[in-house]
Design a protein around this ligand. Sequence first.
Ligand SMILES: *[C@@H]1O[C@H](CO)[C@@H](O)[C@H](O)[C@H]1NC(C)=O
Ligand SMILES: *[C@@H]1O[C@H](CO)[C@@H](O)[C@H](O)[C@H]1NC(C)=O
Ligand SMILES: *[C@@H]1O[C@H](CO)[C@@H](O)[C@H](O)[C@H]1NC(C)=O
Ligand SMILES: *[C@@H]1O[C@H](CO)[C@@H](O)[C@H](O)[C@H]1NC(C)=O
Ligand SMILES: [Zn+2]
Length: 325
Amino acid sequence: MTALRSLHSEKKRSCVKMNWLLSLAAVCVLVPSVHCATDAGWCYHNESCSDTNWPTLFPSYCAGSRQSPIDIVSASATADSNLTAFTFTNYNSNSALKKIENTGKTVKIALSSGIKISGGGLSDPYDSLQFHLHWGNGSSVPGSEHTVNGKRYPMELHIVNSKATYNGNTGLAVKDSTGLAALGFFIEEMSGDATGQPAKWNVLSSYLSDIENSGSSMAVASGISLDDLLEGVDRTKYYRYLGSLTTPACNEAVVWTVFKDTIKVSKDVIDRFSTTVRIGGNSSELMVKVFRGVQPAQSVTTQSSCSTFGYSLGLMALSLVLGRG
Ligand SMILES: *[C@@H]1O[C@H](CO)[C@@H](O)[C@H](O)[C@H]1NC(C)=O
Ligand SMILES: *[C@@H]1O[C@H](CO)[C@@H](O)[C@H](O)[C@H]1NC(C)=O
Ligand SMILES: *[C@@H]1O[C@H](CO)[C@@H](O)[C@H](O)[C@H]1NC(C)=O
Ligand SMILES: *[C@@H]1O[C@H](CO)[C@@H](O)[C@H](O)[C@H]1NC(C)=O
Ligand SMILES: [Zn+2]
C-alpha cells in the first residue's frame, strides 16, 4: 500500500474537492448531458426516491417495457449465429484510464479517446467512453445488477460505449434504440486468501481514499489498461439483449452484452468499495448496495455453438476414418 500511495501521491495535488453545489451538478452516472437535471432526485435506498419509485419519478422511461437489469436465465438464451467475436481497439493502452470520480451514486472512470469496440453482432463501431461499478456491502452482500439464474455476484463493471457516428454526444445516442452498447462484467471473489489481487485492481482501488466524498475526482496515473482489468474473461462468451440505462432516466437505448466469465478480485479489494466512498460529504453514509433491482425478463441470445461443435464432430469423424485406413 505504501508503494502504491507514493506511486500516485504526486497526483493528489490535482484532486478536486468540490463544494456541495458543484457536487450536485456532478452526480451524473451514465450520461452527464442528459441526466444532470434529474440526478439529484433519485437514490438507491431512501423510500421516497429508491428504485421502486423510479417508474413514478421518471415515468417517461423507467416505467418502460425493455428495462435493465434483468435476471438472465441461461437455459432460455437462444443461439444467434450473428454474435461473433468483438474487436477491442486500444483496450491494451496503458493510458486508457483518464480520471476517477465519486459521483455520489457510483465510482466512474473516464476513458481517453480512441478506445473502441466493434463486431460482437453490433451494427456499428462504438466509442468506449467510461466505466463504472455497482456493488453491495462487501463481498458477503452481493451487488451486481444483472443476475444469472437468480445468482447475484459481488460486483458488476459496466463499460459504456456510444455509437461512433454520434461522436461522443450521448444526448443523441440515448434517442437511438441502439445508441449505446454496454458491456457488463461480473466480479467474483478470488478463491484462497490472496490480498491486493489482481495488482492493477489493487492500484485502481487505492484511489478510492482520494475520492471519498461525492464530487471529488482525481487523474489516474498511466499503467493500467482495460485488458488488465478484464483479465481472465473469455470475451467471446456472452449474453445479448436489448435494454436500458440502469439509472434514471432509464432510457431504452442500450444494447447489452453480459459476459459469462467473471473477473476474479481478492476480497480486500472488493470490500474497499463499500467501506471507503460516501454518497455526499465526509459525514454522509458510505456508498453501499448501489444497484437497481431486476426488471421483467427480455429475450436473451447467446453465441451459436453449432459451428465449432459441428467442426469438432467433423474432425472426430475424419480421424476415425483415417485411423481405420
Ligand atoms: C436518505 O435521506 C436522509 C435524510 O434526508 C439522508 O441523510 C441520507 O443521506 C439519504 N440516504 C440515501 C442513501 O440517499
Ligand atoms: C442475424 O442478422 C441478420 C441481419 O441483421 C438478421 O436478419 C437475422 O435475423 C439475424 N439472425 C438472428 C438469429 O437473429
Ligand atoms: C454494511 O455492512 C456493515 C458491516 O457489516 C454494516 O455495519 C452496515 O450496517 C451495512 N450497511 C447496510 C446499509 O447494509
Ligand atoms: C469534514 O468536513 C468538514 C466541513 O467541510 C471539515 O471541517 C472537516 O475537516 C472534514 N473532516 C475530514 C476528516 O476531512
Ligand atoms: Zn451501470
